[in-house]
Design a binder for this molecule. Sequence first.
Ligand code: NAP
Length: 243
Amino acid sequence: MEEVIIITGASRGIGREIAKTLAKNGKKVIANYNHSLNQAVELQEELKKEGIEIDLFRADVSKKQEAEKLVEFTIKKYKKIDVLINNAGISDGKMITDITDEDWHKMINTNLYSAFIMSQLAIPYMIHEKQGQIINISSIWGMVGSSCEVLYSITKAGMNGLTKALAKELGPSGIRVNAIAPGMINTEMNNEFSPEEIEAIKQEIPLEKIGEPNEIAKCVKWLLEDSYTTGQIISINGGWVIT
Ligand code: NAP
């Protein structure tokens, strides 16, 4: 049977492109979405025209009960989870003095707890098969920190820690865990930036351009084909951050 892959936040942006790429490569994709039903259905219809079936599943993965339902649906239908891609995320630029407790809980739960709980729920099925893979979509800001994005940077740094620790814990069970840390990618997440601001950012990037979602999807595809990479934070950023 084809590899069964859960992608969180696959209705738009990077997750959507990952879903498209993997489905076109013969993988069984369960595309999770939360609010964007129309975009999710549009993705499903687009692939259907090419003879490719994907499953859509609505769940707010920042909530344990809904994450559980996503995993239960997958196991009931396919009996296994080969790959989990923790992509769902939000951003919110604010000075630290403006951040509320509500902001804290929302960002931590959406970006970090979702990756933790989805991993905790999926891992037993991977251990059962003695193989599996988790790919966390992190960010350069988890590596180097971003001004006015303290919360976002905390969640992505946490995701990097989760990736490294889990890779060590799960390596002996044949499970690989990696993160991709994109720089700026052309999605709705960056709609808050004006064209002038985007131009200024491009000047700071050695490759002089913003990345496209398919540049992240290509790396995910490569990670699925690979067999010896684990515990790594792979940063795809046009040279914006070089460590
Ligand atoms: P996007 O276009 O805003 O899409 C975000 C996706 O996450 C949507 O599909 C959304 O689903 C989903 N999502 C958000 N909260 C969710 C929840 N509680 N449960 C389930 N799904 C949820 O953003 P993007 O740029 O593709 O970002 C994807 C990931 O890449 C994020 O983790 C982000 O931090 C990371 N990233 C992005 C960039 C960038 O420059 N774009 C750079 C570095 C890292 P619904 O719309 O259906 O609710």
